[in-house]
Design a protein around this ligand. Structure first.
Ligand code: HEM
Length: 142
């Protein structure tokens, strides 16, 4: 099966599930915040329910970027917002982000296997590269 279909099918499965009363994005952020005090500090003033909705929306753009190699305006803005000049999200934190995500998928997807894991990693990686590439380049020109 191709990468996009594997990803889509897994994504449908994880969204349709709750574990210990938590949805997928809630469980992801719980893991991610626990992964490092630096992450928890970055989100200390954040409304996490709202943040979950934002990430869900961003996933659509990450998938579109994987499929098209074209960064839309939304992804450009998110990359700039995470750059040194604004939220200052250092590139090393994206490793924690991806590992927390994969761990959450592993917990939520009953059909999780190596192929599914690889599909998630492949779909997310171009967006992560795009964002970390702009860490030191992310100054708004408008
Ligand atoms: C590919 C990975 C990521 C995606 C798609 C993503 C997506 C988003 C989106 C859509 C927002 C809200 C809009 C914006 O501020 O631009 C946001 C905000 C934020 N993100 Fe990320 N993010 C990613 C990685 C990270 C990482 C690694 C961190 C590290 C701690 C992080 C920390 C934050 C913070 C602190 C905010 C602001 C929260 C607030 O408004 O209080 N993000 N992110």
């Amino acid at each position: 099966m191709d990468i996009e279909r594997l990803f889509d099918a897994s994504y449908v499965r994880v969204l349709s599930r709750e574990l210990e009363g938590q949805g997928f994005f809630e469980a992801f952020y719980e893991r991610f915040l626990a992964a490092s005090p630096e992450v928890a500090t970055k989100f200390r003033h954040t409304d996490m329910a709202r943040q979950q909705v934002m990430l869900k929306k961003a996933f659509y753009h990450l998938l579109a970027f994987y499929a098209s190699s074209h960064a839309d305006y939304y992804l450009q803005e998110v990359a700039i917002s995470h750059s040194r000049a604004y939220l200052d999200i250092s590139p090393s934190l994206y490793d924690l982000w991806l590992e927390s995500l994969i761990d959450t998928v592993r917990a939520f997807d009953a059909q999780f296997d190596d192929e599914v894991e690889l599909a998630w990693r492949l779909v997310m990686t171009p967006g992560i590269v795009y964002m970390t590439f702009h860490y030191d380049r992310g100054v708004r020109s408008h």
